[in-house]
Design a protein around this ligand. Structure first.
Ligand code: CO
Length: 222
């Protein structure tokens, strides 16, 4: 029982530390800029929607040097755009149709645990298997190119890039994006990959607003 008590205590300390650090942060913000919170309360006009990986090492604001209020963020395991994901689609709808963002960025990262997991045959149990399955589909679409890469790390890096590209295609397949392209000629779609090793983002794919789509996915009665 003593062990449980100690482990609870450690947990308490961590969450208390987060609240304490929050107070310090708020005070420091006010000291730097007394109008900071007052301004943000009345302002949410981000021009960018960020769809990133949930990985704790890839925080959108920090790695792009942006402030609260500048980027609208959605994150999930391996930055996937799944056409039945109500959470993702609600964020996309709100960002595109209400916030009127000019850019949607899908940002993956090399060494992504979700991508690496999808490259194995390991059973991660139903829910994760279901989620990771769409990365296996990306692999299948690009199997020839990927199978030719013998080095496992390089193959994983390339799959991360191809995954980002496919997620950008998935965005363009939605009627949300197609309607915005038709009516307002925005947003541009970007596929980026972040390197955990040097902190640099590599742009790997881009679709300007209005890019011609595969007719299979194009709606003509929007
Ligand atoms: Co990841």
């Amino acid at each position: 029982m003593a062990f449980i008590f100690v482990s609870n205590l450690v947990e308490m300390n961590l969450y208390e530390k987060l609240l304490l650090d929050n107070k310090k942060w708020a005070a420091a913000q006010l000291e730097k800029d007394p109008g900071y919170f007052e301004r943000l309360v009345h302002l949410q006009t981000p021009e960018v929607l960020w769809i990133g990986c949930s990985d704790s090492r890839v925080p959108a604001n920090q790695i792009t040097g942006t402030e609260p209020g500048e980027i609208f963020v959605h994150r999930n395991v391996a930055n996937l755009v799944i056409n039945t994901d109500v959470n993702l689609l609600s964020v996309l709808d709100f960002a595109v149709n209400h916030l009127k963002v000019k850019h949607v960025i899908v940002c993956g990262h090399y060494g992504c645990g979700g991508v690496n997991a999808a490259m194995t045959k390991k059973d991660f149990k139903p829910v994760l298997n279901m989620w990771l399955r769409s990365i296996k589909d990306v692999y299948r679409l690009h199997r020839q190119e990927l199978d030719e890469i013998k080095n496992h790390l390089q193959r994983s890096d390339r799959l991360v890039e191809l995954n980002v590209k496919e997620q950008v295609f998935n965005l363009a397949k939605t009627s949300i994006i197609q309607t915005a392209w038709q009516d307002e000629y925005r947003p541009d779609l970007h596929g980026w990959v972040y390197s955990l090793k040097n902190g640099i983002i590599k742009p790997v794919f881009e679709m300007q607003a209005g890019t011609e789509l595969d007719p299979l996915y194009k709606y003509d009665d929007l």
